[in-house]
Design a binder for this molecule. Structure first.
Ligand SMILES: [Zn+2]
Ligand SMILES: [Zn+2]
Length: 347
């Protein structure tokens, strides 16, 4: 079968012929309906120096996957061939203190395991078939189309987790700011906020078209990033600032904007892996601000995200690409030409 593989660090991935996998004990073979193309993949193959990540090459890209159960290995029960499923992406040890609570994204044995999931050191979904190492990583989809559901496993789950942590701060009369609100994670972050909280939602992005996307997905206000954004957010919140800021970009300027608008007791959550930094000290920020990074979300939270989508409360916008055109998807992402999440449909 054809697979889009990372064969060398700091190089574009390649379409190669690989053997179709067979499920071993405890494993599930999934026919991939769609694999989302994530902005973090660009960092993965363009920016990361050899040795930075403990991944062995080559492996198939695609860490945001959904499809249908094709076959189950010995010892797997509760799944039927043909059943539509979403694939939980970060694969931990399944046994440590974090993993047993569903936090496989923060597995404490990650250093021993090396690879952190399909498309992240192990073979992912940018191929017609993928091996999922345990049934607990599969969430049944009900009536949801796997092609539409694939982005929920990362672009949905990641902001969902960040927002859920901050929900106690987002009651009536509060405001949330999403930075990067028109992107793959951003448009879903806006939808999730609108369905989970009565807060005012302010979307910020760096391009006019992306600001429009944020508005179309439910942001009450859309702002262009820039020197005026902090003042505009203060204006929209009656001078108070934001009770929660979700920075889906994570570069110097976006983190500075977050710090400039977060309100006392607010949450400033950096989700984007842009590599920016922020100085933190007693006088640098309002009192009791909670500063946090987040990485992905938990297995129970993926079930919740899928449930929101099944009820029609959140809907990813997707732009489809054939497997042969996967590199175009990344090129379009880099040039800001995507409308919604790019998904590769290998079938
Ligand atoms: Zn991702
Ligand atoms: Zn673990």
């Amino acid at each position: 079968m054809r697979a889009l593989q990372l064969t060398e660090w700091k190089h574009d991935p390649e379409l190669r012929d690989v053997d179709a996998p067979e499920p071993g004990p405890g494993q599930v073979l999934v026919r991939v309906g769609a694999a989302g193309a994530c902005h973090s993949d660009l960092h993965l193959f363009r920016d990361f120096e050899p040795g930075l990540l403990p991944y062995e090459l080559p492996f198939t890209l695609g860490h945001e996957n959904a499809g249908w159960v094709e076959a189950t290995g010995p010892g797997v029960g509760g799944l039927e061939p043909g059943q539509p499923v979403a694939v939980y992406g970060p694969w931990g040890c399944g046994a440590c203190h974090q993993c047993v609570q569903g936090y496989e994204n923060y597995c404490e044995r990650q250093a021993e395991i090396g690879a952190s999931g399909g498309g992240l050191g192990r073979d992912g979904g940018m191929a017609p078939l993928m091996i999922v190492p345990a049934a607990r990583y599969l969430v049944p989809l009900g009536d949801l189309d796997p092609v539409v559901a694939a982005p929920l496993t990362d672009a949905g789950l990641t902001p969902y987790h960040a927002i859920k942590r901050a929900l106690p701060r987002l009651g009536a009369g509060t405001a949330a700011v999403v930075i990067g609100a028109g992107g793959g994670l951003g448009h879903l972050a806006v939808q999730i906020l609108r369905t989970m909280s009565p807060c005012l939602v302010i979307g910020v992005d760096s391009r006019d078209a992306a600001v429009a996307v944020a508005r179309e997905n439910g942001a009450h206000h859309g702002l262009l990033a820039g020197d005026d954004a902090a003042d505009e957010i203060r204006g929209l919140t009656g001078g108070k600032g934001a009770d929660a800021v979700f920075d889906l970009v994570g570069i110097e300027t976006t983190m500075a904007l977050g710090a400039a608008v977060v309100r006392p007791r607010g949450h400033l959550t950096v989700v984007g892996i842009g590599g920016g930094t922020l100085s933190f000290g007693f006088f640098s920020m309002p009192y009791e601000v909670t500063l946090s990074t987040t990485y992905w979300g938990t297995i129970p939270e993926l079930h919740e995200v899928i449930a929101l989508a099944e009820r029609g409360l959140i809907t990813p916008a997707v732009q489809r690409y054939a497997l042969d055109d996967a590199l175009d998807a990344y090129e379009d992402m880099r040039n800001g030409r995507l409308e919604g999440r790019a998904v590769i449909t290998p079938g």
